[in-house]
Structure formats: structure tokens, C-alpha cells
Design a protein around this ligand. Structure first.
Ligand code: TEU
Length: 536
């Protein structure tokens, strides 16, 4: 039976950068409430909120100090209740970010664990010096930190202010269930589960030495994780009308199937993001469309239902990444939208993607706020990588590209004061207001795409077939009960003649990103959605 979240379009809000209502330079919940009607008009159904819980902000809220409270920067619990109420009126659902691999080191549990106060003594992973392994972490950092009061080391796969929870301790799992129930009872419709496939660390022995993430084989997508997720589903999630999407790093289709077997509902795979990088994202390669398309095809055919996305708060902007963000900014954004909304799975749209925000033009490390970028830069410099090369690598992949603030109008409109991080480009050149007005805007096109998807079961549930992949073109079909759609996308700045590659005579163009549609022919970064005409 089809589920509501399969037909839904999810929109991710990074609250810090969305809309500031009180002039402190940070986005907040009242700012989100103000903009909900626009999101409704766009056609989205679900809003995933990146963390708004109390946090010392070492990792922009992904280090949680109190799962039961709202950070004052974002507002109050009253604002949260209001958001839920207004959303409900508009028939929008809210999904929370659940960050449970680690907490903040300022969380009460951690403070008590440091003091060996029960039941918190074993809430985290503590070891003596002789027991430490050689693992390395996600933020280019060592993973063991000495704690002078407890006189032991704790494990942290991310920043040192983000100690990992101990999932061998049933009390920790119970805490997680309580947190989930608290938010579900408040009316949220599910969770995006942060780095959920690494919560269970099977062994604490040494890992195989490698360029990055030494030790990962001991905690990636383990059976123990699947069991915990199944237990959580049985005891909590199954009692609510909700869904979960797992953020699952380095996940394979096989692991995705295990993680969604009576456990999560879908996962974010990272594999398609490897089409322009080598294993570690900092080592860039030119974008390889064949690799990208083949990875998408593999996931489309091997995993029956998954989360579809091109952007989030950890990634550079897709117009820059996959297209030409100056000459063809709008065209690329529209073409990528056609991809996002015509694949099989639940589409996740990231704030700003619907107006085609591009990467920022940061000038130096002084413009960068992200902890990961700073740690990686420091590591590269300590390895004697020249400053200009290290900077080039950061500029290409810094997570801050995904975190620039939303330009609501030509004057900026995000905040009355200087925003915590700047706009990606001059708001006079690109802003929301203009997008809402202009008939040929990226926003209008995304609105149209979402409508088309909603009215076309074949685009939601249809089978996926790869048709053609070249250096420039990616084409596939979606077929449901004899209804057939063909999607052709040009990922290059060249005109492409399709005459000899795809036979289009029986197809009618339903939507294209250039006004002047010419059969058998694609404009630079052009795309078309076609429907096969059936003779009656
Ligand atoms: O990210 C997990 C993660 O491993 C990567 O996406 C990470 O951002 C980085 O790019 C690795 O090179 C999640 C959150 O989305 C991220 O914002 C958090 O910083 C991280 O977990 C820790 O909670």
C-alpha cells in the first residue's frame, strides 16, 4: 500500500539561515512561521527542520545540549508550538532532526558521566589510555579526547565537543525513545536521523589504516544498529503516523535494504555525490556525468524506495557543482529540478534550491565559519599542503556554501542586521521576491514541476529505466501501467542533437526549461519531460 510520505515533497529548512525575525543575524522559528504560506504555495508537504534544540553551536546545532528545549537563538517552545499549529492549518507536516550518535559535551548526561554519576557513568564511550585505538574522525581530527576529571578518554567521531553515545547501554536507547515520543506527542510527523548508520560501534579495536576514516569498518551499518532501529520502530514509531529518513554515510544499496527492513523508512545515500570527488570529498575531480547517472540508476533499480536529493546543509550548491552558475544559473537550476522531481523516491528540496542559489564567492578562511572546514584546513596546513592549494580545496567543498542566508528581496531581506553568514551573491541579482513575481523564474518552474509530479503517479511510483548516458546527456523513463514518461537532461553547455540517439516521434513534450522547444534538440543545460502518446 502506498504511504503518504511517498507522495510527499520534503523541504529542508536550515533555520539559522532561513529568516531572521528579531534582528540578531540568525534565522528563527517566527521567521519560519512567516514564510510557511510561500512554501505551501510552492507545493511542498513536509518541512524538515535542521536542529533547533538548545546547543552551544560548535557544529551549528548538531551538538545538542537539551533535546527537550529550543535554543533561544531560534525562539521558545511556545514558538515551536505555534509553528506546529500554523503548519497544521496549512496542511504542512514538520519533521525534526534527531541527532543521537552524539550529544554536546555540555549535555547534562555528559557532565554527569564525567563525574561518574549513575546512571550516566556509561552513557558515553570511555577508555583508558592503553585501550585507545587508531581511529580517525569525520572532521579530520583525532577521536579520543582526554577528560581530566574522569581521567579517561572519550570517543568522538565528530568534533571533540560532540562525544559519541554508548549504544551498548540500554538506558541510552530508552532516552532516545523518550525524546522521540516527546516530539511525536507534540505533533511532529517524523525524524531525519543524523548519521544513524554509525551509532553502534561493534568493536573498539584498531581499524585498517586509510586516507580518511580509519576504523570505519567497525561501525558502518552494523547489525547492532539495525536491531536498535527495529526496536525503536516497534516500540515508538509504529504507534504514530510518521516516517523516518536516515542520514547514512557511505551506505551501499545492500545496507540500505537492511536499514529499511522494519527499521527506517528510507535513507540518504551519499554515493551520487562521489561523481566529482575521490573518496574524501576534499579531493575534487571534474564532474563525471556517466558515473553520476550510473550510480543513480543503480540505486533506482536496487532500492525500491529512497530519499532523493541533490543538496542539503552539508553540500555545495548544485547549480555550481553540476552546471554553470554564471552563464546558465537559471537553466541549470531548472534542469536539475527536472531530475529531482522525476526520480523514484521521496524528493528532498533544500532551502534556496528552488530559486537556484549558487555557491558563494568566499575570499579566504576568514569568511568561513564551519568547524569541519576549519579543522580540515588546519590538518592540510599541518601536512604542509601550501595555503593556496588548501584554500582552493576548502572553497570548492566547504559546507558553508549550503548555509548562506536566503535573499528574500533585492535589499537582502534576511535580517535587519548583518547576517551570521553572508548571501551567496548580491541579492539584487537573485532574490525570492523577484522569483515569486517573474513568470519564467526558477521558483515558478519548481512549483510547476511539483504539481506535475503530484498529478502523475508514473513519476512517483513508476518503474525506472536508464535509456541513455553520454558525457552530456542523461535520459531515463518512468513507466506505470502503460503510461510512459521520458526525461532527457543535458548536463553540458553545448547544444545537443538527439536525432541519432533517442527516437522521439511518439512523444509529446510536457515540460521543458527553454521556451523555444525544438524536438530532437537540447539547449545548453536544457531538459525535457516527455510523455508517450498512446493511440486510442
Ligand atoms: O553529517 C554527517 C557527515 O558525515 C557529513 O555529511 C559531514 O557533514 C561531512 O561532510 C563529512 O565530510 C551530519 C550532519 O548533516 C552534519 O551537519 C553534522 O555536522 C554531522 O552529521 C555531525 O552531527
Amino acid at each position: 500500500m502506498n504511504k503518504w510520505w511517498q507522495e510527499a515533497v520534503v523541504y529542508q529548512i536550515y533555520p539559522r539561515s532561513f529568516k531572521d525575525s528579531n534582528g540578531d543575524g540568525f534565522g528563527d522559528l517566527p521567521g519560519i512561521i512567516e514564510k510557511l504560506p510561500i512554501l505551501k504555495d510552492l507545493g511542498v508537504d513536509v518541512i524538515w527542520l535542521s536542529p533547533v534544540y538548545t546547543s552551544p553551536d560548535k557544529d551549528n546545532g548538531y551538538d545538542i545540549e537539551d533535546y527537550y528545549n529550543i535554543d533561544p537563538k531560534y525562539g521558545t517552545m511556545k514558538d515551536m508550538d505555534k509553528l506546529l499549529k500554523v503548519a497544521k492549518k496549512l496542511e504542512l507536516r514538520i519533521v525534526m532532526d534527531l541527532v543521537i550518535n552524539h550529544t554536546s559535551d555540555r549535555h547534562d548526561w555528559f557532565k554527569k558521566s564525567v563525574e561518574r554519576i549513575d546512571p550516566y557513568t556509561d552513557y558515553y564511550i570511555w577508555k583508558d589510555k592503553e585501550e585507545l585505538n587508531n581511529w580517525t574522525g569525520f572532521f579530520a581530527d583525532k577521536v579520543w579526547e582526554y577528560e581530566p576529571i574522569r581521567k579517561q578518554y572519550y570517543l568522538h567521531l565528530f568534533a571533540k565537543e560532540q562525544p559519541d553515545l554508548n549504544y551498548y547501554n540500554p538506558a541510552v536507547i530508552k532516552e532516545v525513545k523518550d525524546i522521540m515520543r516527546f516530539w511525536l506527542d507534540k505533533g511532529v510527523s517524523g525524524f531525519r536521523c543524523d548519521v544513524i548508520n554509525i551509532i553502534y560501534k561493534t568493536s573498539l579495536s584498531d581499524g585498517k589504516k586509510q586516507l580518511a576514516l580509519t576504523g570505519i569498518e567497525h561501525y558502518l551499518s552494523q547489525e547492532g544498529t539495525v536491531k536498535i532501529l527495529q526496536e525503536i520502530r516497534r516500540d515508538v514509531l509504529s504507534q504514530y503516523d510518521c516516517f523516518t529518513v536516515g542520514e547514512t554515510v557511505f551506505v551501499t544499496p545492500k545496507a540500505a535494504l537492511q536499514l529499511t527492513d522494519q527499521a527506517l523508512d528510507m535513507v540518504f545515500s551519499f554515493e551520487h555525490l562521489e561523481a566529482d570527488q575521490m573518496y574524501v570529498k576534499w579531493i575534487s575531480k571534474p564532474f563525471n556525468l556517466k558515473k553520476f547517472a550510473n550510480i543513480i540508476s543503480k540505486w533506482q533499480t536496487e532500492v525500491p524506495w529512497n530519499a532523493i536529493y541533490l543538496e542539503n546543509h552539508d553540500q555545495p550548491r548544485s547549480v555550481t557543482r553540476y552546471g554553470e552558475d554564471e552563464k546558465y544559473q537559471q537553466e541549470t537550476a531548472k534542469m536539475l529540478g527536472m531530475l529531482l522531481f522525476t526520480l523514484r523516491g521521496t524528493p528532498f528540496l533544500y532551502q534556496g534550491e528552488e530559486i537556484g542559489i549558487r555557491d558563494a564567492r568566499f575570499n579566504s578562511m576568514l569568511d568561513i565559519k564551519d568547524v569541519e572546514s576549519h579543522n580540515v584546513y588546519a590538518l592540510m596546513r599541518s601536512m604542509r599542503i601550501p595555503a593556496n592549494l588548501a584554500w582552493k580545496m576548502i572553497l570548492k567543498k566547504s559546507r558553508d556554501h549550503g548555509r548562506t542566508v536566503i535573499p528574500w528581496d533585492a535589499s537582502g531581506g534576511f535580517s535587519e542586521t548583518t547576517p551570521w553568514l553572508n548571501y551567496a551573491q548580491n541579492p539584487q541579482e537573485l532574490n525570492y521576491e523577484d522569483n515569486l513575481k517573474r513568470p519564467d523564474s526558477v521558483w515558478k518552474f519548481y512549483q510547476e514541476l511539483i504539481q506535475l509530479r503530484k498529478n502523475t503517479p508514473a513519476l512517483i511510483f513508476g518503474e525506472y529505466y536508464e535509456i541513455l548516458v553520454t558525457k552530456q546527456i542523461y535520459a531515463y523513463k518512468r513507466i506505470l501501467e502503460g503510461e510512459e514518461y521520458l526525461i532527457i537532461l543535458n548536463f553540458s553547455n553545448k547544444f545537443v542533437n538527439l536525432k541519432d540517439t533517442i527516437y522521439l516521434n511518439k512523444y509529446k513534450i510536457i515540460l521543458a526549461n527553454y521556451k523555444l522547444e525544438i524536438r530532437n534538440f537540447l539547449w545548453p543545460f536544457g531538459g525535457m519531460i516527455l510523455k508517450k502518446e498512446v493511440k486510442k
